[in-house]
Design a protein around this ligand. Structure first.
Ligand code: PLP
Length: 357
């Protein structure tokens, strides 16, 4: 993302706002397809919650459906015309289950289960709404979030329960290695992806031995994309952040470029300290501070409405100048914005709503 304000159209947008470099986004999409090397991508919506960005990911090719985190997102995606939707999560609340069923009335929808209660609730909502739901058995491959532990004696009985529940379709396995996505080196991440693959291969083989084949083995993310593909067990990779990236993924040298920044206005400047109008209501900082694209500017503090900047040297931004701050973690940052502003290669600006619900 280059110097933020180069046109009257951009200068007219009130700051702070998120700016997407569409050319960079498209280069990232093409890189992901090349790196997937024939393994399906199932791009995750949660990083940007913007159907226009997801449409760019799908248009790049190589995708088998899309992934999202919540039933509300699934409903948005189904209504926007996306198909083969995976909610890579357990869905439990009755209202969320109803949203899942609403999505499943339009397109193929799959959710995850790691306990009989999930199967019971998915089966009940499928029967109530007269829809079919796919189910992936969720395995904890080391993130220690949801999922059955590897080797669990509950895996086969759970598969059997799904298989005999009317309205449910057992599709296979999911194991997301979130703990590995930001490991510092590509070889660290590749080693973790190998461990994930070994766990999922063992579970896949156990299921097959009991008569339950796994046409889908789903997992992986932007950090492990290459390692997951090389390990050769996943049938699809759920990466999503590669489209726009952020400081966290940039720091681990994931092979993608930053395609988003938050444009802010400098509202005060005294010597080496400047203040911009993008605070915690514009940039999520739970994992760290945003990074200014201008190398001479460092974000040193964030408050509700303000970013405090240390400016090195005599020059640097003056009051009224625009600066670009790269979000440290994009996923919770997009939730703070109603829209992204997409800058097309011809310089035109288009509003892309953050419409993920
Ligand atoms: C279940 C699941 N799959 C995949 C991903 C990968 O997403 P990303 O490529 O944005 O790291 C995530 C991210 O949190 C996730 O929770």
């Amino acid at each position: 993302v280059t110097a933020p304000v180069t046109s009257p159209a951009l200068a007219a947008i009130p700051t702070p706002f998120l700016l997407v470099d569409v050319a960079a986004l498209r280069r990232n999409v093409a890189r992901a397809v090349a790196l997937a090397d024939g393994v399906s991508l199932r791009p995750h919506f949660k990083a940007h919650k913007c159907t226009r960005v997801l449409a760019e990911q799908v248009a790049g090719g190589g995708c088998r459906g899309v992934t999202c985190a919540t039933a509300a997102e699934a409903r948005v995606l189904a209504e926007a015309g996306f198909g083969t939707i995976l909610v890579a999560n357990e869905v439990v609340h009755p209202a969320a289950l109803a949203l899942l069923a609403a999505a499943a009335r339009r397109v193929e929808v799959t959710a995850c289960a790691d306990a009989p209660v999930h199967v019971e609730r998915l089966g009940a909502v499928a029967a109530e709404h007269g829809v079919e739901l796919g189910v992936l058995l969720d395995v904890d491959v080391g993130q220690h979030r949801c999922g059955l532990p590897p080797g669990s004696p509950e895996l086969i009985p759970l598969a059997a329960r799904i298989a005999r529940t009317p309205g449910l379709r057992l599709e296979g396995l999911m194991g997301y290695d979130g703990h590995a996505q930001h490991r510092p080196t590509p070889s660290d991440r590749a080693a973790a992806a190998q461990d994930t693959a070994a766990i999922l291969a063992a579970e896949r083989d156990r299921l097959a031995g009991a008569g339950y084949p796994s046409p889908v083995v789903s997992g992986g993310g932007t950090g492990t994309l290459q390692g997951s593909v090389a390990a050769g067990v996943l049938t699809e990779v759920q990466a999503g952040s590669y489209a726009l990236m952020d400081v966290e993924y940039g720091a681990v040298a994931a092979p993608f470029e930053r395609a988003v920044s938050c444009v802010a206005t400098v509202i005060s400047r005294h010597g080496g300290r400047a203040v911009a109008d993008a605070g915690l209501k514009a940039l999520s900082c739970e994992h760290g501070l945003p990074v200014a694209e201008d190398a001479g500017v460092q974000v040193v503090g964030m408050a509700d409405e303000h970013a405090t900047l240390a400016v090195s040297g005599a020059g640097g931004p003056a009051v009224g100048d625009a600066i670009a701050l790269v979000p440290h973690h994009l996923d919770p940052t997009v939730n703070l914005h109603a829209a992204l502003h997409a800058r097309h290669p011809d310089g035109s600006i288009e509003r892309w709503d953050v419409d993920g619900g």
